[in-house]
Ligand binder design. Structure first.
Ligand code: XMP
Length: 517
């Protein structure tokens, strides 16, 4: 793999994704990983990420110089560029000028390998206080900016190079090309990480792990469980049983997507458990959001365990056992729970619909090495429909946490109808890629006066909550075009008779969370 050393900013995972976009497998490692341990993993190259520290601060993370003498190609980015400079005997200084944001890069006459064929001046994204004032011996300075004399250097002979700017962000339009030239030309790595190879390697790994045993997979309607299920199905066919618990809290059409479209695309064995009544009863009279989550989590586990037991009994009668449980764990979860940053804790309460660890199955986690965009591509490669593969995030507890107040079948039906209209119009307007998700929330305990048709009404408001985000940790409200808002509003108030007002949530996160509960 290419190892991306995380110096503590939010950029390491993004860099790892960019490396994979150059069709090379990458993994993130913490900066305190001993160099020996990195070398033991036989890296094709190492990329040092940016980070918030200053190399001259007390206790600032450094890099053991043996890495640069090991023969493994190394690329330094921002803080990583400075760490590399320092370790190799160049000079980093606090110049007093900070560069932040879009900056013009001037490529030096020769340009070097990294900036080959690029315009002599082009924009890059900068974010630094310290600057490299002298490159280490043996390195060619290949770019500068007005305030930074050494904005990039390289020594293709040594397989080492670095840039002060952030090539991984979209604000550096030529950044991906620079990273790719480092990986392909300076490090000489052959691009082999393609969607087809991911599918082939994953399927082979699943076959090897599961052998002749049987497996079970809980489908949620979301991308991850569907792609995980599809991969395992490709590997072991009908020795996999998928289980879908219909808790009545899904949006319009989602059960059909699993029951019909997923099965049509994969040919997987599917058992659908209709647990709508059970969840309705369990949620009756409950208004507290955390209480709702707990109840849904508990009922889900009960239902799934019962289904698993039933299947186990059936399999047992055929002289076999179900030994494996498929989980859709993604690579960012793996990085974050290993990184000990606390992020994993923040997310754990989101794992409603997750399963307890004492289920007596071994885990198969076919997506453990993958980023979300790779999961989507794998899904498409396996023939899953767009409706599943491009599905936006949807919370495990479903519409229950979007009915503010008690959850009843009538209220769910109202919300489901309004939500379907909003989704339809956003899709029709081509906005699905601009928004992260757009919860529609029913304020079921609020009624207001309206006029609909000929008469006075006393109906419910819904809230549209369109947000733009990279990772759901922070978000901004999306500036949807007025015409789209108007169509959504008109249609909802015309077509959903219980709703007489449509409002827009214009709060960023923080302070508001994305969901209302
Ligand atoms: P918040 O509301 O915390 O949401 O800003 C962040 C992201 O997480 C989703 N979300 C959940 N997902 N179970 C889930 O599986 C939950 O209980 C849950 N609550 C929020 C939310 O849709 C958004 O994408």
């Amino acid at each position: 793999p290419v190892l991306v050393v995380d110096f503590g900013a939010q950029y390491a995972q993004l860099i790892a994704r960019r490396v994979r976009e150059a069709q090379i497998y990458s993994e993130v490692v913490p900066h305190d990983t001993p160099v020996e341990e990195m070398l033991r993993r036989d890296p094709a190259a190492v990329v040092l990420s940016g980070g918030p520290a200053s190399v001259y601060e007390e206790g600032a993370p450094e890099m053991d110089g043996t890495l640069f003498r090991s023969g493994v190609p190394v690329f330094g980015i921002c803080y990583g560029f400075q760490v590399m400079t320092k370790a190799l005997g160049g000079t980093v200084e606090r110049t007093g000028t900070r560069e932040f944001g879009r900056t013009e890069l001037s490529v030096c006459a020769a340009g070097g390998t990294l900036h080959q064929e690029l315009p002599g001046h082009h924009p890059v994204w900068m974010s630094h206080g310290d600057s490299v004032s002298k490159a280490p011996d043996g390195f060619r300075v290949i770019a500068e900016t007005e305030d930074t004399p050494v904005a990039a250097f390289e020594s293709p002979e040594l397989g080492l190079a670095g840039v002060q700017y952030h090539p991984e962000v979209a604000h550096s339009p030529h950044g991906q090309g620079v990273l790719r030239r480092f990986l392909h030309e300076i490090a000489g790595i052959r691009p082999r990480w393609t969607t087809t190879s991911i599918v082939d390697e994953t399927v082979a790994a699943i076959r090897e792990q599961v052998g002749d045993a049987r497996a079970i997979c809980a489908l949620s309607g979301g991308v991850d469980s569907a792609v995980a299920g599809a991969l395992v199905n490709k590997a072991i066919g009908d020795r996999l049983t998928c289980v879908f618990v219909d808790h009545g809290l899904l949006r319009s059409g989602e059960r059909t997507q699993v029951e019909r479209d997923f099965v049509a695309a994969t040919g997987a064995r599917l058992v659908v458990i209709d647990a709508v009544q059970q969840f309705t009863d369990a949620l009756a009279g409950v208004t507290d959001p955390e209480e709702k989550r707990k109840i849904i989590g508990r009922e889900f586990i009960r239902t799934f365990e019962q289904a698993a037991r039933d299947l186990q009994t059936e399999a047992g009668e055929a002289g076999e056992r179900i030994e494996y449980l498929v989980q859709g764990t993604l690579y960012p979860d793996v990085v974050e729970s290993g990184g000990g940053t606390g992020t994993a804790n923040i997310k754990s309460h989101h794992n409603v619909g997750g399963l307890p660890e004492d289920l007596q199955f071994d885990l198969v986690e076919p997506l453990r090495a993958l980023f979300k965009d790779e999961v989507r591509r794998v899904g498409s490669e396996l023939g899953l429909p767009e409706t599943i593969v491009q599905r936006q995030p949807f919370p495990g507890p479903g519409l229950a946490i979007r009915v503010i107040g008690e959850v009843t079948p009538e209220r769910l039906a109202t919300l489901r109808a309004a939500d379907a209209i909003a989704r339809e119009e956003l899709t029709a307007a081509g906005l699905d890629h601009d928004i992260w998700q757009c919860p529609v929330v029913l304020l079921a305990d609020v009624q207001s006066v309206g006029v609909q048709g000929d008469g006075r009404t006393y109906g419910y408001p819904v809230v549209l909550r369109p947000v733009s985000s990279e990772d759901a940790m922070t978000a901004d409200w999306t500036r949807l075009p007025y015409e789209v808002l108007e169509r959504v509003s008109t249609r909802i108030t015309n077509e959903v008779s219980e709703v007489n007002r449509v409002t827009l949530d214009v709060t960023s996160k923080p302070p508001g969370t994305i969901e209302w509960e």
